[in-house]
Design a protein around this ligand. Structure first.
Ligand code: GLY
Length: 383
């Protein structure tokens, strides 16, 4: 597969150069020839902003090109002001992929300073009664203090990183308590996941599970499933708590059982409209990355996880990668931000970031290891 991945990498870097010249705002979705930023009226609207910076850092690491580095520095610096913003649960996405990766790839630990402040800001969203991190804030219409979501699992890496760097156990303890709660509240017995857990914020008791971006309250939104797979694998890497490995394995198994023939999920694994409904290429890219991390931790099953990740990535390269755009473009087509909100059939910056992360794992495991601190397992290595 080396040639397929090398060619996709070349294309991805060419498109990234076009985007760097053209973009004036952090991008979210690409449709009809143009990038659109995400709406920023709520703090959570910034959640996508780290992906563009992270993508630039990986592109710089592949090329050594000073203009890509200058771009990565510029867009990373534009995020720094969010470090004390306690109104978003996505400081992990935002700072891990920008500032933490920047520090690791450049060796300049000054980048870590803002990420450390962001990690401590994120801990302020912890509800000790329910032992969960709060997802959203009140918006004048609804009270949100009791709601947490599966996406939050991907923000825990920043908390573990902060504890490992300083020796202060608090951020990691909060991450572990949150992951335990999410496992009980959001992961079902068959390895599928719900999107949102609604707790009583005073007693901490779970009231109900909900699905805001999936098909129905008992269905399985495919990108949420991918956040769970990747997030629980990361928690296991940092804690070695067996329940987290089991949960990552169960979510991976469910995913593999429900992937369609081309291995790129529909937006919800249980949509009754399959196959006449929308794909989410971003869910495929996140799933591939989650399987890669799981393979690095689970020697017994590593070949299965690696081979599936590789086959998903081949399918993205062959069927979803936009080639020869000749100007600004997403890397992948056919993402689905939220089908219930009528936002689909577009490129998504998070799909693009995780696509490049997975390509990096297969083409330059040395860069992948430096950026993500994960040692890739060659297929067949565990046998
Ligand atoms: N974190 C929101 C999403 O995955 O759409």
């Amino acid at each position: 597969m080396t040639a397929v991945f090398e060619s996709a990498l070349k294309q991805s870097i060419e498109t990234t150069r076009h985007n760097l010249k053209a973009l004036e705002e952090f991008p979210e979705s690409f449709q009809q020839g143009a990038w659109k930023p995400i709406e920023k009226e709520r703090a959570a609207g910034h959640w996508v902003d780290g992906f563009w910076a992270g993508l630039l850092w990986l592109a710089y690491a592949h090329t050594g090109d000073p203009s890509l580095r200058a771009g990565a520095e510029h867009w990373t610096n534009k995020l720094a002001h969010l470090k004390t913003n306690s109104g978003t649960h996505d400081l992990g996405f935002i700072f891990y992929l920008s500032h933490v990766i920047a520090g690791r790839l450049t060796g300049d630990e000054a980048w870590f300073d803002n990420a450390m402040i962001a990690a401590h800001t994120l801990t302020k969203r912890f509800n000790p009664r329910g032992e969960y991190l709060q997802a959203w804030d009140d918006d004048g219409i609804r009270k949100w203090a009791g709601r947490s979501n599966i996406d939050l699992m991907m923000n825990l890496a920043l908390l573990y990183w902060a504890s490992e760097l300083t020796g202060d156990a608090e951020p990691a303890d909060i991450a572990t308590q949150h992951a335990r709660t999410s496992r009980l509240a959001l992961v079902r017995g068959d390895g599928s996941t719900a999107h949102v857990a609604d707790f009583d914020p005073d007693s901490g008791l779970l009231i109900r599970r909900e699905q805001y971006q999936g098909y129905s309250h008992d269905s399985c939104w495919s990108r949420g499933q991918a956040w769970a797979l990747y997030g629980f694998a990361t928690c296991y890497r940092h804690t070695r708590i067996p329940a987290f490995l089991k949960t990552a394995q169960a979510t991976a198994d469910y995913t593999i059982r429900h992937l369609p023939a081309d291995l790129v999920p529909f937006w919800d694994y249980n949509s009754p409209h399959i196959p006449d409904t929308y794909r989410d290429s971003s869910a495929a890219a996140v799933t591939a990355c989650g399987l890669l991390e799981l393979a690095a931790l689970d020697a017994e099953n590593a070949s299965r996880w690696m081979e599936t990740a590789e086959r998903i990535l081949v399918s993205l390269c062959e069927n979803y990668l936009i080639r020869n755009a000749g100007g600004p473009s997403s890397l992948l087509r056919d993402g689905a931000r939220s089908v219930p909100a009528n936002l689909m059939e577009h490129g998504l910056i998070y799909g693009d970031y995780y696509f490049l992360e997975a390509l990096t794992a297969f083409t330059r495991p040395d860069i992948y290891r430096r950026a993500l601190d994960v040692q890739i397992v060659p297929v067949g290595a565990s046998e």
